[in-house]
Design a protein around this ligand. Structure first.
Ligand code: AG3
Length: 283
């Protein structure tokens, strides 16, 4: 290894694997009231943000995750006017949501304001829509926000959180899903990042069951590549109050008035095919 270059590594002890990026330098390190945030400049992936040692995003591949966390849910809802993003402090999901002309209000509720302030500095392209008049940024607890929301207020709720440990733990259970169900309109859709289909299939099953117990009529897990997360294979799980989740506004998606690098109507359709691992026997 060349002098002055070090590898950032996120080990995944449970699965005996690790993901590394070659870092030119550490640009920032800070312990906030909630977590430790670090920013690195890498050699080929642009800037990298980590929280408590876990990779959150890089310049190079965050489009995969952010596009798949937002567009499938927004094109599944018939008229996504009011959208809530819980977490997502880097503003990447918010930016994708605001690409939809149907969106009248997009609220981002992130518990740690420092994530957003650092993203403004180190990931400016993700924050370029933050001044959109339809965007609102709030820095409070997302669980409390949903509890306080009026019944039926939201069309889509997107949970863009860290892993289900630490501050995000309360976002992965039936009580929280019940509050989301209440805060969503009749055709409302909840979508949550749901970890790796290869490593966390039990968690995905548990999430889907909890969503159903909370009153959601249907669940559907979409998969997509995410090279910088454990196993490189990631997922988002949708829960719908009514209607089918495999059907979506296909024509609108095919004629979307904005650019994406991964999402397309055809890609969306392909990802609605159930992940085969979900059908395997659970021990
Ligand atoms: N959301 C984090 C997904 C979990 C990553 N897990 C890991 N590296 N072990 C990222 C926020 C992007 N808006």
């Amino acid at each position: 290894m060349a002098l002055g270059e070090e590898w950032f590594t996120e080990p995944c002890e449970q699965h005996g694997s690790a993901f590394s990026l070659k870092a030119k330098k550490k640009l920032h390190e800070e312990q906030t009231a909630y977590q430790k945030i670090e920013i690195f400049e890498t050699t080929q992936y642009g800037n990298l943000m980590t929280i408590d040692g876990f990779v959150m995003l890089t310049d190079r591949d965050n489009f995969l995750y952010h596009e798949m966390m937002s567009h499938p849910a927004l094109y599944t809802h018939p008229a996504p006017n009011n959208v809530l993003v819980i977490g997502g402090g880097d503003c990447g999901t918010l930016k994708e949501v605001l690409k939809h002309p149907e969106v009248k209000l997009a609220q981002q509720v992130e518990i740690d304001e420092r994530v957003t302030r650092l993203s403004e500095i180190y990931f400016p392209s993700l924050c370029e829509s933050n001044n959109d008049p339809r965007a609102e940024l709030h820095f409070v607890d997302g669980i409390k926000w949903v509890k306080d929301a009026a019944a039926g207020h939201y069309d889509v709720i997107i949970v863009d959180s860290t892993d289900p440990i630490g501050p995000a733990e309360g976002l992965f259970n039936e009580a929280f899903y019940r509050e989301c169900h209440r805060a969503l309109g009749e055709q409302g859709i909840l979508v949550q990042q749901s970890e790796s289909p290869l490593y966390h299939i039990k968690l995905i099953h548990a999430m889907r069951e909890a969503m159903q117990r909370a009153g959601f009529a249907q669940t559907l897990t979409l998969d997509f590549p995410q090279p910088v997360y454990p196993s490189g294979w990631w997922s988002a799980t949708m829960a719908g109050k009514s209607g089918t989740l495999t059907g979506f506004r296909e024509n609108d998606a095919a004629q979307k008035p904005f650019a994406t690098r991964y999402y397309s109507s055809a890609r969306h359709k392909a990802s609605t095919v159930e992940i085969p691992l979900l059908a395997e026997e659970q021990d």
